[in-house]
Design a protein around this ligand. Structure first.
Ligand SMILES: [Zn+2]
Length: 292
């Protein structure tokens, strides 16, 4: 299954993606119209394997539990403030797509908000359902009823989905009119990305540190791509940048060559700190309203 992608799957432009960089077995292309970056091929025969091994280190995820839950709580509170004040908290229904081990669901339980999850990794679904049956194994495609949820959270998910446009359309269908779609995803407008671009150019495309690769983070979005959500019925109501914990960023360098790793070991903490100071952190937290 080698899913080649020469055209932007998101905005439907007729022009082919432009060369941006390359990896050992893939090319990074950029849409000439919406600036979206993607890896060509999007996925290959190792895709299934990569889904199932994604949570391989369960103990690593559990170590992050406390910090993640704190972040989720802050995010949920932000989203609630932007929702229709006539709808009370106990009427709200949330769907968490890519719900993993269920930390987000735990936070909703604590806050007494109805939430269910879905995920394509069987192992994490089983783990999450130990508490109660609350997570479905599968994608959202065609499963949920029209206008059945108030909010959909897809945190650190959209960059992994081979066909994000189809995903966004499904969200538009499932959400109630005025419902909120909440995304968190790595973005191009970050200091890390700028430094990666610089390093890549200086080394003649031998230092691809964008965090984009086949089967992994297939896409990297940007502000211009977010504008295209309008065509799918979504209006941006909130956008901010958030940083990954430094430890997590270090973890992502594991696939690099030793030479790159040594350079990054010194560069990363400096860039991370500067990004914090200048508000150029590496992920966007975006809330869209369904304009049905
Ligand atoms: Zn595009």
């Amino acid at each position: 299954m080698r899913d080649e992608q020469k055209h932007c799957e998101f905005c439907g432009t007729e022009y082919k993606g432009k060369f941006y960089s390359k990896g050992s077995y893939y090319t990074v292309l950029q849409c000439p119209q919406c600036d979206l970056l993607w890896s060509d091929p999007l996925t290959d025969e190792r895709y299934e394997e990569s889904i199932n091994s994604h949570y391989f280190g369960e103990e690593i995820y559990l170590r992050k539990e406390k910090g993640q839950k704190e972040r989720f709580k802050v995010q949920i509170e932000k989203v609630l403030k932007l929702y229709d004040p006539k709808i009370t908290k106990n009427e709200i229904k949330i769907l968490d797509v890519g719900s993993g081990l269920g930390f987000f669901l735990d936070v909703c339980d604590e806050m007494q908000i109805y939430c269910e999850g879905c995920d394509i990794n069987e192992k994490v679904v089983n783990y999450s359902n130990k508490i109660r049956n609350r997570t479905r194994l599968g994608t959202i495609d065609g499963y949920y009823e029209d206008e059945s949820f108030d909010m959909i959270f897809a945190l650190n998910l959209i960059e992994h989905i081979p066909h994000p446009k189809e995903f966004i359309s499904q969200c538009a269908r499932i959400l109630k009119p005025g419902g909120l779609l909440v995304l968190e995803t790595p973005i191009q407008e970050s200091l890390f990305h700028l430094f990666a671009r610089l390093g890549d150019h200086l080394t003649g495309f031998k230092m691809n540190n964008y965090g984009i690769n086949t089967n992994g983070h297939i896409y990297k979005f940007c502000n211009k791509t977010f504008e295209k959500f309008k065509d799918l019925g979504f209006e941006t109501v909130h956008r901010e940048k958030i940083g990954s914990p430094l430890k997590e960023i270090y973890g992502k360098t594991s696939y690099m060559s030793v030479k790159n790793k040594i350079i990054m070991k010194f560069v990363l903490p400096v860039v991370w700190l500067l990004a914090r100071v200048f508000g150029m952190e590496n992920r966007a937290f975006v809330i869209f309203k369904n304009n049905k």
